[in-house]
Design a protein around this ligand. Structure first.
Ligand code: HEM
Length: 315
């Protein structure tokens, strides 16, 4: 297992961004500064073997791999109502022999709002709540988005995010490019997507308004009592020239796509408090996978460590 070090460390920027996330969502000691509301579940990943041609990564070869997943809501407010329209998260820790783990962290939108950590900081500054209204100033946000087309694309993606029937009926994207290495160390850039076997199912605004604030976790508990929740892991293979350093831009839809495996979520973990303390880190990789040159991806472990450090100290 390796957590790859970022090539440019930005410790002060990471602290600044976590401070800003606390200001935007409110400060909730002990909780994640983003994706605060969530729960962990037991799962197993069944690789198809289709990835073996491109990567030596142990969890993508052929044998079933035990996994732990966390479904979450984007906000740093752990009491946010589930019926709000926003991104949801699906984080997966694949457990390999010898206590080694590798993580895949995904959200329900295909692109991010910023191509660099500094741009995300500037976006948060524009989205800062006004001290009198408690909400971001729509004019300031609109002006920022007009001047930064990538932020506009990201905001549009949030606006188009379905209010789901279930955490089990959403697509989730890992957003960034990663690099796979085969036995000969040949490199292939890839992007991951989880496709729900139950299909994408969303609620109308009217139906969503009738739902309880915790309907997503309630629904999942009910669903898991009678069935298994399943996702297929689809991987898009880049062609030469496809950008790997910009998580605000999609690759063309006609790129080759392979189905790498199935994730079966079977039930809640027994020790929720223990698992909830865990940090899911998109840079926790295994041999056969490397980080791409995406600066946001390379930065995330730093900012997650600041949030994790604060919340595990009860701050
Ligand atoms: C500079 C960009 C980003 C910042 C500053 C940021 C910030 C954070 C923070 C502070 C946490 C809580 C970490 C913890 O306490 O364990 C978090 C969690 C999370 N982030 Fe990000 N994030 C960024 C980019 C992204 C992107 C591009 C994605 C898309 C996949 C993403 C998806 C998630 C998810 C799903 C979680 C929840 C992880 C879990 O279940 O524990 N984030 N983020």
């Amino acid at each position: 297992m390796s957590v790859q070090p970022p090539d440019g460390a930005h410790p002060q920027l990471a602290v600044d961004i976590v401070d800003r996330l606390e200001w935007v969502s409110g400060l909730y000691p002990g909780y994640r500064r983003a994706h605060a509301k969530g729960a962990c579940y037991r799962a197993v990943f069944l690789p198809t073997g289709a990835a073996a041609e491109y990567t030596t990564a142990a969890h993508l070869q052929g044998d079933p791999v035990p996994a732990t997943v966390r479904f979450s809501n984007f906000s740093g407010n752990p009491y946010i109502w589930d019926r709000t329209r926003s991104a949801r998260g699906l984080s997966v820790a694949f457990h390999l022999p010898g206590g080694v783990a590798t993580d895949l962290v995904s959200v329900s939108q295909p692109v991010f709002v910023a191509a660099t950590p500094q741009a995300f900081r500037n976006f948060l500054e524009a989205a800062e709540p006004n001290m009198f209204t408690g909400s971001p100033d729509p004019e300031v946000v609109r002006k920022y988005a007009t001047e930064h087309t990538e932020a506009m694309r990201g905001l549009r993606a949030v606006k188009n995010t379905p209010i789901p029937v279930s955490y089990a009926t959403l697509r989730y994207w890992a957003v960034h490019a990663f690099v796979w290495l085969d036995k000969m160390r040949r490199r292939t850039a890839v992007r991951y997507r989880w496709e729900p076997e139950a299909g994408v199912q969303q609620l109308s605004d009217e139906r969503a308004a009738e739902k309880a604030p915790t309907y997503l976790s309630d629904e999942l508990t009910e669903r898991l009592a009678s069935t298994t929740v399943a996702f297929q892991l689809k991987v898009q293979i880049a062609e030469p020239g496809d950008p790997t350093d910009d998580c605000t831009v999609l690759w063309p839809h006609d790129r080759t796509e392979i189905t790498v495996g199935r994730l079966l979520v079977t039930g809640p973990v027994e020790d929720q408090a223990k698992w909830d303390k865990r940090m899911f880190d998109p840079t926790r990789l295994v041999p056969g996978i490397e980080l791409s040159d995406d600066p946001v991806l390379r930065f995330r472990s730093q900012v997650y460590a600041v949030s994790h450090g604060r919340r595990t100290q009860g701050k």
